[in-house]
Design a protein around this ligand. Sequence first.
Ligand SMILES: [Zn+2]
Ligand SMILES: [Zn+2]
Length: 138
Amino acid sequence: MAHIIREAMSDTHDLDPANIPDQYRYQNVYGRGTVHCGACFHSWSSYISWITVDLKKCRLARRFQQKCQSCETANTPYFKTEELERMIKLTIARVISLMNGTYDNTGTDDLNDTQLDAPHDSDRCEKCEYGEGRPCYE
Ligand SMILES: [Zn+2]
Ligand SMILES: [Zn+2]
């Protein structure tokens, strides 16, 4: 994980983690995650699976859980390496635009329509506070 983040920073942007301001240190980003329920072995994937990246320590600070449709147990999603790389690159591009003042939140990390062909299950998404909070994709 750390090497994915470090390489994305240094190869593409010549960015040093030490130069990232504290207020931008933790970034949430979503991508396609797969969840295997440890209780009933049901598995599923969701295009809106959230992680929090700690850009100073170059690690995943958090993976938001999703509840199983079959048994309602909360489980942690997993990501393929290529998908994580894509998510990390989006995150770093966002932080660079935040740092240089060009950030536009209608930009590249917005949901693309084709990814929303299945409705998001807010009641089972930790980032949506299990249906109690604001929908995470808004
Ligand atoms: Zn289950
Ligand atoms: Zn959600």
